[in-house]
Design a protein around this ligand. Sequence first.
Ligand SMILES: [Zn+2]
Length: 67
Amino acid sequence: MPIYEFKCNQCKANFEQLCRHDWHGTVSCPACGGKDLARTLSAFCSPGTGGGKNCAGCAGGNCASCK
Ligand SMILES: [Zn+2]
């Protein structure tokens, strides 16, 4: 499963978020509910790799909708 890793800028918690087409702008920190997040890693869904073709878990089969 494509997963993004986020770091909360409010409480410094790290957490992972599954790569979904509808996460953008809706992800909040599970620890404090904050929305000031920094994406620290996209292990399976890195923009710039293969033009997004290797992100099989994203909606539509590419990364265009989940960057
Ligand atoms: Zn937080």
